[in-house]
Design a protein around this ligand. Structure first.
Ligand SMILES: CC(C)(COP(=O)(O)OP(=O)(O)OC[C@H]1O[C@@H](n2cnc3c(N)ncnc32)[C@H](O)[C@@H]1OP(=O)(O)O)[C@@H](O)C(=O)NCCC(=O)NCCS
Length: 191
């Protein structure tokens, strides 16, 4: 199928990382990172408290890859293949890519999220260049916003939406280009 021929390579190497499609074999590693409260300090309610949440995440990501040719990757160290987390882009119901990343704390501060984001932007362009690349972040997470900015995205909306957040914290929507009204409204509603 043309769609499959257009899929990016199944294994991507960056300076320090090995990026491969998520598979069911990764569920326990995903759960270890997504159940770690240190990876949810900005949004404690998002933490995976059961393995089923990680199963659902992996299944959803695999389904998105099958439908759209690209989905978030397993992130491993290129040197020893140690599991570092999950990151990349996933297609949303709004027809825009969502850029995201969640890494094990010992991996933070090495520029890895930036490496993942740059590879994801390239892969998204190669897969569906017409779809905007977007990211959603909370104002109490400047490290994540810095990664979005360095990946070529700009802030397009900030405010309150959805479930309650800690005092003084707002949601942000970032994008690499102008969004349609429908795309923007969906992102704000699901920020
Ligand atoms: C957010 C996260 C992915 C960043 O990963 P990382 O590999 O450490 O990110 P990078 O090193 O590529 O870049 C982070 C940048 O933010 C900067 N930064 C870190 N903390 C910051 C802070 N409190 N204020 C401002 N900038 C900050 C870093 O200095 C770095 O910029 P620099 O390279 O110019 O110094 C990682 O911390 C993580 O997984 N956190 C938990 C999950 C999460 O919050 N995911 C995002 C949800 S939207």
């Amino acid at each position: 199928m043309v769609h499959q021929l257009l899929m990016p390579p199944q294994e991507i190497r960056t300076a320090h990382l090995l990026l491969t499609p998520l598979t069911p074999a990764d569920i326990d590693d995903v759960y270890a990172v997504f159940s770690d409260e240190r990876t949810w300090t900005h949004l404690p309610t998002g933490r995976h408290t059961t393995r089923a949440s990680s199963v659902e995440l992996v299944q959803r990501t695999i389904g998105g890859r099958v439908r759209h040719g690209l989905g978030s990757w397993v992130v491993r160290a290129a040197a020893d293949h140690a599991f570092l987390g999950v990151g990349g882009v996933d297609m949303t119901a709004a027809g825009v890519w969502n850029l995201g990343y969640r890494l094990t704390p010992s991996a933070w501060g090495n520029g890895y999220a930036t490496e993942i984001a740059r590879a994801a932007v390239t892969a998204a362009h190669d897969t569906a260049a017409d779809a905007p690349i977007t990211g959603r972040v909370l104002t109490n997470n400047p490290a994540s916003a810095a990664v979005l900015r360095r990946s070529g995205l700009s802030l397009v909306w900030q405010g309150e939406s959805g479930s309650a957040l800690p005092d003084g914290v707002e949601r942000q929507v970032w994008a690499d280009r102008a969004l349609s009204v429908a795309q923007r409204d969906w992102l704000v509603a699901n920020a």
